[in-house]
Design a protein around this ligand. Structure first.
Ligand code: NAI
Length: 332
């Protein structure tokens, strides 16, 4: 059994090779993203393994099918980048890792809140310059504040648990209310009420046609002045231009994003000696109250272990067609 990995980073190789000791598959690693131009690299493989910014549209899937690929394994939870209808039509199986470490992403969202609030990133730089002044670093207590959570699945639930631990009042919006989440003391409300009441809004829903630009001019106008918005889900949930407008008017007081609409050209690459031609991200990064991290929410040792083990098991089971694949990991 042979798997071609696309968009490979050094840590992918490290964790997958370690876990492959129990599977003994042939793994081939490519740094190139998967696209219509790079599908040929997978020639001779049985499966491809892809990540968040590999685009698997109908044309790419057709090419993969033509060279004999039988399985598309996503080494992530989100699957907005795959045309599942096309995969089904062409008989390719698609699997993902639905819940490798919800805590990894939830804890990163909390790290973003604390950094933006208490300005530890600025404090770190000040002290290194022997500037021990704390003027300008004023924050607020999270205890007693209202935190609005959009999407209370695996990650949203873990995030709710942490925020209730802070003593915040947690309110949530989801298409389906979860008893487990309600048991934490979280109150489900309509989206408009979340927007109206929350001091901090954290996004944990998937990107789809219903949620694309869920944060836009209109929804921002319903929020509290100075609201904090955290997005660790998918960049397309936030209309970035609307967010910039609202940062300029101070309607948005803080913005933390681990994902960005146009991230595939930037994130996961060292561009420190390049000229960035994306004026939108450059404008975003110029605000002192904006924190951008490059899609690292998932990036913990525990998560990478789980991703590698589950992905290799999924691929093996699908290639052997032994029906031992958990329904939650199967997309097509
Ligand atoms: P999940 O599937 O367990 O939960 C998603 C929740 O969103 C579900 O409860 C669902 O009912 C809800 N939802 C769906 N449509 C909605 C809508 N229109 N409005 C409100 N809620 C809606 O997914 P999980 O594991 O919690 O992941 C959430 C998202 O986090 C993923 O879709 C992915 O985009 C992102 N993610 C980001 C990572 C990172 O490294 N930054 C890593 C892993 C996931």
């Amino acid at each position: 059994m042979k798997i071609a990995f696309f968009s490979t980073q050094p840590y992918d190789k490290l964790f997958f090779q370690a876990h492959n000791a129990t599977f003994d598959m042939e793994l081939q690693f490519f740094t190139e993203p998967l696209s219509a131009e790079t599908t040929g690299l997978a020639q001779g493989s049985d499966a491809v393994c892809v990540f968040v910014n590999d685009k698997l549209n109908a044309a790419v899937i057709e090419k993969l099918s033509a060279i004999g690929i039988r399985v598309i394994a996503l080494r992530c939870a989100g699957f907005n980048n795959v045309d599942l209808v096309a995969a089904k039509q062409m008989g390719l199986r698609v699997c993902r890792v639905p819940s490798y470490s919800p805590e990894a992403v939830a804890e990163h969202a909390v790290a973003m809140i604390l950094t933006l609030n208490r300005k530890t990133h600025k404090a770190y730089n000040r002290v290194r310059e022997q500037n021990f002044s704390i003027d300008g670093l004023l924050g607020f207590d999270i205890r007693g504040k209202t935190v609005g959570v959009i999407g209370t699945g695996n990650i949203g639930r873990s995030f709710c648990k942490i925020m209730t631990g802070f003593g915040a009042e947690v309110i949530a919006f989801d298409l389906i209310a979860s008893r487990d989440v309600e048991a934490l003391g979280v109150k489900y409300l309509p989206l408009v009420d979340i927007l109206d009441q929350a001091d901090i809004i954290s996004l944990h829903c998937p990107l789809n046609e219903q949620t694309r630009h869920i944060i836009n001019d209109e929804t921002i106008s319903m929020m509290k002045d100075g609201v904090m918005i955290i997005n660790t889900s998918r960049g397309g949930l936030v209309d970035t231009r609307a967010a910039i407008k609202a940062l300029k008017t101070k309607k948005i007081g803080y913005l933390g994003i681990d994902v960005y609409e146009q991230e595939e050209k930037l994130f996961f690459h060292d561009l420190s000696t390049n000229i960035i031609d994306d004026d939108v991200i450059s404008r975003l990064m110029s605000f002192p109250n904006v924190l951008v991290t490059a899609h690292q929410g998932f990036f913990t040792r525990e998560a990478l272990d789980e991703i590698a083990a589950t992905t290799l098991q999924n691929v093996q089971n699908l290639l052997l067609s032994n029906n031992l694949v958990a329904q939650s990991t199967l997309l097509a």
